[in-house]
Design a protein around this ligand. Sequence first.
Ligand code: MN
Length: 177
Amino acid sequence: MDMNEDDPIFVIQAHDTGRLHYDLRLEIDGVLKSWSVPKGPSTDPRVKRLAIPTEDHPLEYATFEGVIPESEYGAGTVQVWDTGTYRNLKEIHEARVPMSQMLGRGELLFHLDGKKLHGGFALIKIKKADNVWLMVKMRDEFATARSKPINGRSKSALTGRTLDEIREGKAPSEAKR
Ligand code: MN
């Protein structure tokens, strides 16, 4: 569970476009592969969260926090809700299967080492529906049905700001950590 500088990064950005959702982005082959998760991640393995693939983003976007103007794509307020590194968990016959290959198969298994989220998650493409995936917490020591991560931990993992503070343009240093 230690963070390793060589591990690929992940970010979950809270994105309020009038409808708050959470954009999960995983570094795969030099870009941020992205899914929009309307209800955000759950730490309860019994809860399946809808995850809709969206556009790839450049790696630099992982630290973007701020207000996107009305005229631009993704207009609204963006907060780095959680960030860190991840490890690919998918092995077949003890050989690691690259994330890019599993992406094509619609089955990603990974361990998050974030500021808020930890442990294994599965991101699985539904076979019956077109381009619909589900995000589910794997059963491990970090799984819990008791806490609701997006309710209880609403401040930026990067600057400590709430979405409202980002919207109001509060400087990172003014936010209570
Ligand atoms: Mn979004």
